[in-house]
Ligand binder design. Structure first.
Ligand code: NAD
Length: 496
């Protein structure tokens, strides 16, 4: 059994006193251990990043982009190994892990575009013989802290663009499934990054707090649950750092009475249960407008869910795999218990699902719960499991108010055939990412990803154009080269 260490200054380091088990959730057994970095180890990684920064900052952007291009090729060449590592530790099925990697690679492709994105702005003759321009300079050492649910993709939201912009990076991946992030960072190194430009420290709160407090770290990108996102944002900001902290979600889909119900059922099935619902863009609440729509939805969903197949990540015939840990399995089942106690109707019950030959795996079957109301715990909190709640609303405005009143505002979707209703919805809804007959409206890499309300702390979203802004700061330069003949005397007033 191996213990996973860190990547610091271009080499693997492993010397921690504290370790934690990594599980293979498909079988429910320990698959290895991960070292939990001490404060001293994280400080060493920050020092390596700081030392690498001046030369990296001065490396032409086109050369930095060329390394990203080579990195993309290596990610494609090593996709099978990355998918295996993700599947083994996270439990998501092979096709889904491949999709996750593809979305990560798109962010590397966008980073290849850095020389174009960093061109800045120029104005000639802003005054007599005066030129002025703005350029986007890197920040220095920046850090990323990432969640378990997209162990390969979310780190790729962050460091390819940060590094292409001229920063150096310290990544702290999730300690629950850390292998793919470390493996991928080594591919970035192989692509040609100088030692110290990308560093990975595995660990827990001690590592995170060190990154948040160290004055050498200029900015922090975080993706994870809302309570931790809020903590990260407060502490990083109090320490004077730039911070973007993406949090949890409770994504609602409004199902209008005129929607194509077969399409709704097909797409809700994948969006609610895919990856065991462990996606921040999972659709976890369907708000049916009118009882007729609700009854049809429930009947069709119930029928469709008979063929749902849950099982180990490696079996390509499965629709989704286990949840991440035993504790999370119990937590998800606890939400289903609470819904039942609080008066909802459990239409399809995924508690106690049996997966032959994998009795100890952390499985929860697809679950459908009807007649959920906003007072229920299962509605208020993020379940992060394969559980779809159905809430019944009398009108579209009532359905929209439910969404607007919820603390989260990550993603949402409307199913309708009415363009006017769709436009009204997308114009007014208080959510950052909106789908119209699109269940998971995850922006492509050349847009940016971010929710509203308590799904994002900070001003700039992840990846895309916002990432260029987040990982650089604007400097505006005004220049004049006076010749002997045009020297002026002192000026005490603004020129008018
Ligand atoms: P998490 O908040 O438990 O952990 C995220 C990271 O924070 C990990 O690296 C972890 O080590 C660290 N961390 C955990 N507790 C900490 C503490 N007390 N102090 C300092 N650091 C701490 O999240 P998770 O369970 O790994 O991921 C699932 C959550 O992430 C869900 O809520 C999901 O919605 C959210 N998520 C959001 C997005 C988004 O883009 N908004 C994307 C993916 C996941």
């Amino acid at each position: 059994m191996t213990t996973l260490g860190h990547l610091i200054n271009g080499v693997r380091v492993d010397r921690e006193e504290r370790t934690q088990d990594i599980f293979n959730p498909s079988v429910g057994e320990v698959a290895g251990q991960v070292s939990l970095a001490s404060k001293a180890t994280v400080e060493e990684a920050i020092a390596a990043a700081e030392a690498a920064y001046p030369a990296w900052r001065d490396t032409p952007a086109a050369k930095r982009a060329r390394i990203m291009f080579r990195f993309k090729q290596l990610l494609e060449e090593h996709a099978d190994e990355i998918v295996r590592l993700v599947g083994q530790e996270h439990g998501k099925i092979v096709h889904d892990a491949r999709g996750e990697l593809a979305r990560g690679i798109e962010n590397v492709e966008y980073a290849c575009y850095a020389p174009e994105l960093l061109k800045g702005e120029h104005s000639k003759n802003t005054g007599p013989s005066i030129d002025s321009w703005s350029e986007f300079q890197p920040l220095g050492v920046v850090a990323g802290i990432t969640p378990f649910n997209f162990p390969a993709m979310v780190p790729l939201w962050m460091y390819p663009m940060a590094i292409a912009c001229g920063n150096t990076f310290v990544l702290k991946p999730s300690e629950r499934d850390p292998s793919s992030a470390l493996y991928i960072a080594e591919l970035a190194q192989e692509a040609g990054l100088p030692a110290g430009v990308i560093n990975v420290v595995n660990g827990d709160k001690e590592a995170v707090d060190t990154l948040l407090d160290d004055p050498r770290v200029q900015a922090v990108s975080f993706v994870g649950s809302t309570p931790i996102a809020e903590y990260i944002y407060s502490r990083a900001s109090a320490n004077g750092k730039r911070c973007q902290a993406l949090g949890g979600a409770k994504n609602h889909a409004i199902v209008m009475p005129d929607a194509d119900m077969d399409n709704v059922v097909n797409s809700l099935n994948g969006a609610a249960f895919g990856s065991s619902g462990e996606r921040c863009m999972a659709l976890s609440v369907a708000v049916a407008v009118g009882d007729e729509a609700a009854d049809t939805l429930i009947a069709k969903m119930q029928e469709q869910m008979k063929s749902l197949k849950v099982g180990p990540f490696s079996d390509k015939s499965n629709d989704f795999g286990p949840v991440i840990t035993k504790a999370h399995q119990e937590k998800v089942c606890g939400y289903i218990d609470s819904a039942e106690k609080q008066g909802a109707t459990i239409v399809v019950d995924g508690r106690g699902v049996q997966v032959p030959g994998h009795d100890n795996g952390f499985y929860v079957g697809g679950t459908l719960i009807d007649r959920v109301t906003p007072e229920m715990t299962c509605y208020q909190e993020e379940i992060f499991g394969p559980v779809l709640l159905v809430v019944r609303a009398a009108s579209m405005d009532e359905a929209m108010k439910l969404i607007d009143d919820h603390e989260y505002g990550n993603g949402t979707c409307i199913y309708t055939r009415d363009g006017e209703a769709a436009r009204y919805f997308s114009d007014r809804i208080q959510v950052g990412m909106v789908g119209i007959n699109v269940p998971l409206p995850v922006p492509v890499s050349y847009h940016s990803f971010g929710g509203w309300k308590r799904s994002l702390f900070g001003d700039l979203s992840a990846y895309g154009p916002d990432a260029v802004r987040f990982y650089t700061r604007r400097k505006t330069i005004t220049q004049r080269w006076p010749s002997a003949g045009v020297r002026e005397g002192s000026q005490f007033s603004f020129p008018s």
